[in-house]
Design a protein around this ligand. Sequence first.
Ligand SMILES: CC1(C)CO[C@@H](CC(=O)O)CN1
Length: 430
Amino acid sequence: GSLDDLHIGGIFPIAGKGGWQGGQACMPAAKLALDDVNKEKNLLPGYRLILHSNDSECEPGLGASVMYNLLYNKPQKLMLLAGCSTVCTTVAEAAKMWNLIVLCYGASSPALSDRSRFPTLFRTHPSATVHNPTRIKLMKKFGWSRVAILQQAEEVFISTVEDLENRCMEAGIEIVTRQSFLSDPTDAVRNLRRQDARIIVGLFYVVAARRVLCEMYKQQLYGRAYVWFFIGWYEDNWYEVNLENEDISCTVEQMRMAAEGHLTTEALMWNQNNQTTISGMTADGFRLRLNQALKEEGFDISNDRYPEGYQEAPLAYDAVWSVALAFNRSMERLRHRNKTLKEFTYNDKDIADEIYAAMNSTQFLGVSGVVAFSSQGDRIALTQIEQMINGRYEKLGYYDTQLDNLTWLNSERWIGGKVPQDRTIVRRVL
Ligand SMILES: CC1(C)CO[C@@H](CC(=O)O)CN1
């Protein structure tokens, strides 16, 4: 017989600059997943999953208006997918009024880990706070118990630093100073020097990162006596590009000198080994298929950053699988009560609770790695640690926070040949 349709809404960053580099690859990735789940004959037997996509341009206002279009136009939607933090915040805060589960594939804001504000939110994109246990783990590994923080005054970094401060307290790590800046880091970097900061955690977007790096060079806050933690999701050669048009008054050579030796942490968004995932593909197989799909859609995938340039694509792909699996599981349970998902209406909390319960118990191997959510709906993810060695990022290891398991490759290199100290050592000459 003919298949019955299950409808979901999708809000994607497409036009505009797509929010973050790579946001535009999320809709093509979601469409690939839609084809795949609809081919699985025993995943949604008798049903076809239909995705109604709209463009948010990563703007919360536009995101809200496309959400209302999705809700006030037939057919009835069962769930909403969204991307950027600002759009996800707006959509997730409102969607509970329609008893809709929201699944965000591109939202990193720590503020979203809040069941009182977002009771129906899940996200396949990890929170920015996922870096913090890794930073603490490294501080302990290298014996650093006196650190400093330098951050850009942006919501995502303010809430990440609050979490980091709490974890430093618990770990007995002293924060000698926390400096923040809006766009010019000059004074903040000077204050780091005044406090004799040696181990510094830097939290800023990539444009601010270039300014910080040049300021580090000018104020000599780099080299053998310092360790900087930067964010790992900037594009690879981030410190060599746009110097002129961003008025960076350092040369590429000076930027490279200041950058040498810094550590980075980032959430893993591509499954690391060659295991076959739930879709039947390995992560590399997904990479090839995505590449093909992007080419067909006219994307420029010649840049060497591919797929890091589209690093969040696996999160959008796995989000659609999460939806299909949750519908499969909730349909099973509803059947015992002679109900089906097709009966869902926006004031049916009973079915919404079934979908919530099913989503809450998600656990499968996707192309982005194991997909599972915390009680706050946050993606549980591994982190990767790298170091800038001779102008190239080298992998140093991976950290699994859940198991407190650090996989270390012993490939770190210190400019002075030994681990930098977290303070000036005053030798008592007796
Ligand atoms: C790792 C990054 C670049 C963090 O910001 C996310 C976008 C957002 O949180 O709005 C996308 N992924």
